[in-house]
Design a protein around this ligand. Structure first.
Ligand code: CA
Length: 280
């Protein structure tokens, strides 16, 4: 299992903690998912662009899906921060479009990579505001209070049928075409990226990004139960992956959990601990 963990504390900023973990699951011997949390040490970049979390679910034969999802994560986390000309939402859209181009071109030049692509969900938290970008069926959820809310609409055949009222969300879960996605990054010269409106984050919020290996295995109520019982982002990721594997783990599973804490009004905890130790 790979994982990354970051804790960044800046004055006048909400305390954002994040963990991204990925697991091949119980059935597949390779992991074509990729994920990352980026929290720049450069305070200027942090102030201008905020923190970025990405989850990608690659697809294609001969492990090319792994290549596609890795290119997407690398390209977007680089390009989003390097472009300061555009507004943040436009910069994220542009970064995904550029990643699309990179993957598409790589697939044209190497026949082993032909047809590779990836779904993607990316979340930016900038101050107390947030927005997402997604392509395909990787998802963003928000847990506020005890309620889990799906923030993205899958670009999938079954979700279109749900929106047209042909089937219910419940029927979509078990539909034979549930894995047919209508958009992916890298499979065509151009991609249509869905960028959300800006929404506020509040202390206590938990944002969850995931590949379908999580939400195919776990009902919303099961995801909700894990997030409600785990306040720590690292163990929440672990528990979600364990639960997906417990339920079968048929697919690679990648989970990004981002928790929003209150603004710091006291010195960072490390400093307080040192003082307490000294006082003893
Ligand atoms: Ca998948």
């Amino acid at each position: 299992m790979q994982q990354t963990r970051r804790l960044d504390i800046l004055p006048d900023d909400l305390v954002i903690k994040a963990s991204v973990q990925t697991d091949a699951g119980c059935v597949r011997d390779s992991n074509e998912d990729s994920g990352r949390h980026v929290s720049p040490h450069d305070t200027e970049a942090l102030a201008a662009r905020g923190r970025l979390t990405i989850v990608c679910d690659g697809m294609g034969g001969h492990a090319s899906g792994e290549v596609a999802s890795q290119i997407a994560v690398e390209a977007i986390s680089e390009l989003y921060y390097s472009n300061r000309d555009l507004e943040p939402r436009d910069a994220l859209r542009w970064a995904v479009e550029e990643a699309n181009r990179e993957i598409y071109e790589a697939a044209q030049t190497d026949e082993r990579l032909a047809g590779m692509g990836t779904t993607l969900v990316a979340l930016v938290i900038l101050g107390d505001q947030a927005f997402s970008a997604h392509v395909g069926d990787s998802r963003l959820y928000r847990m506020r209070g005890q309620t889990l809310e799906l923030m993205t609409t899958d670009h999938s055949q079954v979700m279109e049928m749900v929106q047209k009222g042909i089937i219910t969300m419940e029927q979509a879960r078990d539909h034979e075409d549930k894995n047919v996605i209508l958009r992916a990054v890298g499979t065509n010269p151009e991609v249509e990226v869905e960028v959300s409106s800006i929404f506020q984050v509040e202390p206590g919020d938990t944002l969850l990004l995931c590949s379908d290996g999580l939400n195919d295995m776990l009902e919303d109520v099961e995801i909700e139960a894990v997030l409600a019982s785990e306040s720590d982002e690292y163990s929440a990721c672990q528990q979600l992956i364990e639960a997906a594997k417990h339920n079968g783990g048929h697919d690679n599973v990648t989970v990004g959990v981002v928790t929003v804490g209150a603004k710091l009004t006291a010195p960072p905890p490390e400093v307080r601990i040192t003082r307490e130790v000294e006082a003893l």
